[in-house]
Design a protein around this ligand. Structure first.
Ligand code: FES
Length: 75
């Protein structure tokens, strides 16, 4: 879905930017150029950014820890 019509930015573009490390509206503006014209996209862009950041955090929480190797323990 288009979030910023002035710059042709979709929610997919925002999610992709978040997956590559973007975490703030300032970074999002710099990377994708949204909010640079009429500014109407700001609230929706922030919403998508917040959701995408939460999704990334949820995935990070579920990364399994490697199994312990008893021979590598420090006694
Ligand atoms: S809709 Fe994004 S700057 Fe106009």
């Amino acid at each position: 879905m288009y979030v910023c019509l002035c710059h042709g930015v979709t929610d997919h573009h925002i999610r992709e930017a978040v997956s590559q490390g973007v975490r703030s509206m300032r970074e999002l503006r710099r990377e994708l150029g949204l909010c640079g014209s009429c500014g109407r996209c700001g609230p929706h862009a922030r919403e998508v950014l917040t959701e995408a950041t939460a999704d990334i955090s949820a995935v990070a929480v579920h990364i399994p820890m490697p199994a312990r190797d008893p021979e590598c323990s420090i006694a």
